[in-house]
Design a protein around this ligand. Structure first.
Ligand code: ADP
Length: 936
């Protein structure tokens, strides 16, 4: 009982000393968790909870064996927990425990996968961050600047910098995709960057001690780490950036992981040269993870033929953060092209690289002191690859090209020197730990002498049995050693009586007896002494070798990066060669011209129908450009039946642009691509209700982000906008977003929509064009042609898809009938809006020159009645297909609403969507719909 209370009490007090989420406390052969921690750990890891009683109360307890702690820790950290570990020490009067490390997502040294794992800090520039007191100034665009730092403890990568505003800070965080973020003291409440990270990513946000963010202290820590000149050298004058960097270093120090030495270089953020890709876009385009969270079926898994973990990591970096730097893109493309054209040399390089060690990670392990003999041997082998790879390209088409240049980049003589030192110091195939023959002979005279003596004595012992048998004419003699008896001579029972006098019997077994002699005991002492000496000297020598490697961490990182780069380039070349990909050309203007483009992932599993994509100036000037009078195609409205291939087409376009800027060939017959500054997507209706966010809200947040962030040089992919709400709302938003993107943002945009009405915008907005994915209907059957053609589709075939899917015939027939009716009604309203006339149904069209809707101005009275009625009908149909969707009740200045509707409008305006829980929002909307229906 007393012991129990002592342990639980000690646990609670140690827990109080750390800001970690969980504490694992060593109790003999187990690490134990108590109280709430035990419950949490048991739930997460499926452990059994037992009860520990203490002072009449009982506490939940869960434990893991000491040897199994590491995998359990990793699992907890993967789930976002920070776990403090308190080890048990022997003391004179029993034992003591103290927390000596904290394992957190950003400080796990040996994660299971090769991807980079950034630990980040974000600091508001200019000291105090004035938190917004109310929601009114959410549009404030002159918010503070930010300092950011990103460190990957597993590889020693370290980057820091200042960005001008919250949006750029968020974009940088999306790019590095840190596993853990440390917000500075002024970013902890209501900061838009931290909020975005919390809401949109899985990043663990760790509130760490304020001291670490104290600017003077942080600067000192940074200078200490990288040298006084480093901050100036990378233009890191901003206090906020230095503070962020210092805070990251302090945190790494505090967690006790011991790797700060591998952080040898302070690099800039490079935020400007990277293509902005937010988390949503990375997921929508399935770059490294599918929408379902799987790794296979992604762009990365499709092109990742790398031979090494470091290569795979680099390829992931290139794909998730493509560059805008034309020189760098050209450099990579040159190398991929050379490698694609030299299959033999390429295969040879990939053979050599196969299984090469991850030098960047080894550098971190060497500095933390956790690298073992086999790690250092792996490092030596990887270093030795450099000249081998250079030799492999020497007499091939790759000589004197970009690949040879890449291989020549690291300091060759330093690499050779380190290789040779390791070669001299270590045996080829060492055991796992020093002491048993890790250090090579000839490396250290003292060790050699010990080993020579040891082997001499061992030789004497090895021959002893034979010598004794001969000398004393004994049968069945063996010499062996075990823990209790030490060395002994064992003689078979029949011969045991004939042993000489000086044999001392120590044990009788069933068929034999064991003896020792004075000489044997002396040799035994000698062996033990030599073994101890050997272990001591070897460990000392090995630690020195490891320190030597740690001192060269920067060199290892350089060579590691080079090997990774060659591996990545060769993998891209192999994929290009095997799949008929072509080298993309970088357009000097805004031309995006893809001939016979394919989707890089879908083409692997499908008989893929290639399609062209033509946008921008060069396309307009060509005679085969579509016969519109408008000069440019910058905004394509993509229509076509459900399942015809609209999403695939738009995604393939985005992926081709991204691949090109990653430095890869692309799946097309020919491609000219512009250099874009960002790709923004909003795709389908993801069911995020499970996360407590209503789908429509998410959709609008994504749209809002795009409209705020995209620029003229961005590529925007919209796959349905407005479907999460009633038809009239939806079409209005889609319509207005199109205008805004076209008129204000002017980004290259592909917009797939089922709002057929939007296709008429092409007649009025100069850069908007229609394309459609063709399908054929014959005898009631729809055939998908997968061909993208100019012009809008005539209808959406939704009912036919229902038919194909086996929806019962009466329902299909009835749907057809309803569709007809809806079309009819649309015609009526369209005519009404037009002020009468009975010709073709006309769409209400936004007239750019007039700045309002044609048809809404001259017939107010008739329009108003129609509006109210149709809004009700739209609400009742919810998110129904757009086939029959009548021309929207598009808000316009001239619209007249009745008092009921006005009241609802007012309520709507006053509703703070960010503050209202989704369920309540839905209820309110339903209420309004009901009121509108009643008021009809
Ligand atoms: P939509 O967005 O129009 O509903 P999707 O793009 O999702 O249609 O495509 C539907 C299916 O058609 C996908 O499963 C895809 O594999 C296939 N598909 C799309 N485009 C092509 C193509 N060009 N060639 C072959 N199959 C295609």
């Amino acid at each position: 009982m007393t012991a129990a209370s002592g342990i639980v009490g000690e646990f609670m007090s140690l827990k109080g000393e750390t800001d970690a989420d969980l504490l694992a406390m060593q109790c003999g052969d187990f690490y134990e968790f108590f109280g709430d921690d035990a419950e949490t750990v048991a739930d997460e890891l499926d452990l059994k909870v037992s009860q520990k009683s203490s002072h009449g109360s009982s506490y939940p307890m869960a434990g893991v064996p000491v040897d199994d702690l590491t995998p359990y820790l990793k699992s907890l950290v993967e789930r976002g927990y920070r776990v403090a570990v308190a080890d048990q020490y022997e003391t004179d009067d029993g034992h003591a425990r103290e927390v000596d490390r904290v394992v957190s997502p950003g400080t796990v040294l040996d994660p299971d996968d090769a991807a980079a794992r950034y630990l980040a800090a974000v600091v508001v520039d200019g000291g105090e961050y004035v938190t917004r007191s109310d929601g009114d100034d959410t549009g404030d665009e002159d918010g503070p600047a930010y300092g950011l730092a990103f460190a990957d403890v597993t590889t020693g990568q370290f980057r820091a910098g200042r960005v001008p505003d919250a949006a750029t800070a968020t974009a940088a965080i999306h790019r590095f995709d840190p596993v853990e973020l440390l917000p500075g003291p002024h970013t902890r409440v209501e900061d838009p960057v931290v909020e975005a990270v919390t809401e949109e990513t899985d990043t663990t946000v760790t509130v760490h001690g304020t001291d670490a963010f104290q600017p003077g202290r942080a600067r000192h820590r940074v200078d200490d780490q990288f040298g006084d000149e480093a901050t100036t050298a990378v233009g890191l004058e901003s206090d906020a950036a230095v503070t962020a960097a210092g805070a990251v270093l302090a945190y790494v120090d505090d967690t006790g992981v011991g790797v700060t030495e591998s952080m040898t270089r302070l690099g800039p953020l490079d935020a400007d040269d990277r293509v902005t890709l937010d988390t949503t876009t990375r997921r929508n385009l399935e770059l490294v993870e599918t929408m379902q969270g799987e790794r296979s079926g992604t762009l990365l898994s499709t092109v990742d033929h790398t031979e090494t973990a470091a290569g795979s990591r680099l390829l992931r970096e290139w794909l998730t953060a493509p560059t805008q730097d034309r020189t760098e893109i050209a450099r990579r493309l040159d190398a991929v092209e050379a490698l694609a054209e030299a299959p033999l040399a390429r295969d040879r390089l990939r053979d050599l690289l196969s299984g090469a060690a991850d030098l960047e990670r080894l550098a971190a392990r060497a500095t933390s002191g956790s690298a073992g003999p086999r790690d250092l041997v792996a490092a030596r082998e990887a270093l030795g690859l450099l000249p081998e790879l250079a030799a492999a390209v020497a007499d091939t088409p790759l000589a004197n090209g970009p690949v040879a240049d890449a291989l020549a980049a690291p300091d060759q003589s330093a690499a050779r020197a380190l290789y040779e030192e390791l070669d001299d110091a270590l045996v080829a195939d060492p055991p796992g730990s020093p002491g048993e023959g890790v250090i090579a002979r000839g490396y250290d005279a003292e060790l050699d002498e010990i080993v020579a003596d040891y082997e001499e004595t061992r030789g004497w012992l090895d021959d002893l049995a034979e010598r004794e048998a001969d000398r004393h004419d004994l049968a069945h003699v063996t010499v062996d050693r075990n823990k209790t008896d030490g060395y002994y001579v064992q003689v078979g029972k029949s011969a045991a009586d004939g042993v000489p006098e000086h044999y001392r019997e120590i044990k009788t077994l069933k068929n034999s007896k064991r003896f020792v002699t004075d000489e044997l005991e002396e040799r035994e002492r000698e062996v033990l002494r030599l073994e101890e000496a050997r272990e001591e000297v070897e460990s000392r020598l090995f630690a020195a070798v490891r320190d030597r490697v740690a001192a060269d961490a920067e060199l290892l990182q350089d060579v590691g990066r080079t090997l990774a780069e060659v591996d990545t380039l060769a993998a891209l070349a192999a994929h290009a060669a095997d799949n008929d990909w072509v080298r993309p050309e970088l357009a000097d203007d805004r031309t995006l011209d893809v001939r016979a483009g394919r989707h890089p992932v879908v083409e692997r599993t499908t008989d893929f129908v290639p399609n062209d994509l033509r946008m921008g100036p060069a396309v307009a000037s060509r005679s085969d450009a579509s016969a519109h009078d408008a000069p440019l195609r910058e905004f394509l409205i993509v229509t076509g039946p459900n399942m015809s291939g609209k999403s695939t087409y738009m995604r393939q376009c985005a992926l081709i642009v991204l691949l090109a800027q990653a430095g890869s060939f692309v799946p097309a017959a020919a491609a000219t691509v512009p250099v874009v500054d960002g790709v923004y997507t909003r795709v389908g209706a993801l069911d995020e209700l499970a996360q407590g966010r209503s789908t429509f809200m998410v959709e609008m947040q994504e749209l809002s982000n795009i409209l705020h962030s995209a620029t003229e040089d961005s590529l925007v992919i919209l796959d349905e906008v407005g479907r999460g709400t009633a038809t009239y709302d939806g079409i209005s938003i889609a319509w207005a977003a199109t205008e805004y993107l076209h008129n204000e943002v002017r980004a290259k945009t592909l917009f797939a929509t089922h709002y057929h009405e939007l296709t008429s915008l092409a007649d009025h907005l100069p850069r908007v064009h229609n394309v459609h994915v063709a399908a054929e209907e014959r005898d009631g059957e729809v055939t998908f042609l997968r061909r993208v053609r100019d012009g809008p589709t005539d209808r959406s075939y939704g009912v036919h898809v229902a038919d194909l899917a086996g929806v019962p015939e009466p329902v299909v027939d009835r749907a057809d009938e309803v569709l007809g009716r809806l079309r009819e009604e649309e015609a009526i309203e369209a005519r009404g809006g037009d002020g009468g006339g009975d010709g073709e149904p006309t769409q209400a069209v936004f007239d750019l020159s007039a700045g309002e809707f044609v048809g809404a101005t001259d017939a107010n009275g008739g329009q108003a009645g129609g509006d109210g009625k149709r809004a009700g009908a739209g609400g009742a149909r919810g998110g129904g297909r757009g086939d029959g969707a009548a021309t929207g009740r598009v808000p316009s200045d001239g619209a007249v609403v009745d008092s009921e509707a006005a009241a609802i409008l007012e309520e709507l305006t006053e509703t703070d969507v960010t503050e209202t829980p989704p369920v309540e929002l839905v209820q309110r909307v339903q209420e309004w719909q009901r009121e509108l229906d009643d008021g009809e």
